[in-house]
Design a binder for this molecule. Structure first.
Ligand code: UDP
Length: 231
């Protein structure tokens, strides 16, 4: 199969007939790829978590690219043109938000914050406003409106899904793609690499911050997230 792109942790292959295969590798990176390691089993854990979450969202009426989870670590997906805008949803203040603004770390954000970021490692994924996104030609004004609406819906659904499993959905990043018919659907993954998860009782970190901050037990916590997501 022809490789379409090799990302930091996933490889995308052309599967023909408007479909693609996404392979979740065991790589884990932070700081725009400056810190990189391989953790055995991580690719299959993230693929399984993402598959469950994307299927759950489909059941609730959110269209996604996932057609089939090919165990242990591949997705057969609808081929889409990825919109180079990362949509970040925040329910609890932490990370770059508290470095950039005077929010108290760990405080609840009500209403949740939707942020757009430019998907471009050379520029370190800078925050966008609507006018910059339009001036760069990244998407249309309608696309921004649709992505915002879909991201808020995904947040409502996932917040409850995780709450029932003893996990606080602190924040997360979504990517959207356009199908050949021009419809915007949810793409990429939803996993401990792209979300912040805290245990509801202990507030223990259960996501990629364990790798970013050298907290250890990365695979153990990713596995625990998988266990709860599949329960
Ligand atoms: N995020 C991501 N990819 C990115 C940027 C952010 O998956 O390129 C996720 C990140 O894991 C977190 C949320 O989006 O769950 C908000 O990230 P933030 O902007 O706070 O990033 P930080 O700079 O703190 O890592």
């Amino acid at each position: 199969m022809k490789t379409i792109t090799t990302g930091k942790v996933k490889t995308v292959y052309d599967a023909g007939e408007g479909k693609a295969i996404i392979e979740f590798r065991d790589d884990i990176t932070a700081g725009d790829g400056a810190k990189k390691e391989a953790k055995e089993g991580k690719g299959s854990i993230n693929a399984e978590i993402s598959a469950r979450l994307l299927r759950f969202l489909e059941e609730k009426g959110v269209k996604t690219h996932l057609k089939e989870f090919v165990r242990p670590n591949k997705f057969l997906v609808t081929k889409v043109e990825i919109i180079p805008v990362e949509v970040i949803l925040r329910n609890i203040a932490t990370g770059s938000l508290v470095r950039r603004f005077p929010f108290e770390k760990g405080s609840e954000l009500n209403p949740p914050i939707v942020e757009f970021g430019y998907k471009n490692d050379d520029y370190h994924d800078p925050m966008l406003n609507n006018d910059i996104a339009l001036a760069l030609g990244l998407c249309t004004r309608d696309d921004l409106t649709v992505m915002r609406r879909l991201a808020l819906k995904v947040n409502d659904l996932l917040k409850e899904f995780f709450f029932e499993r003893g996990i606080l959905l602190v924040d997360f990043k979504l990517e959207f793609g356009k199908t050949s018919d021009g419809e915007i659907i949810l793409a990429d993954e939803i996993s401990p690499d792209t979300c912040r998860f805290w245990d509801s009782e202990t507030r223990e970190v259960m996501d990629k911050d364990r790798f970013r901050k050298d907290m250890g037990s990365v695979i153990e916590f990713y596995s625990e997230v998988r266990r709860r997501v599949l329960s």
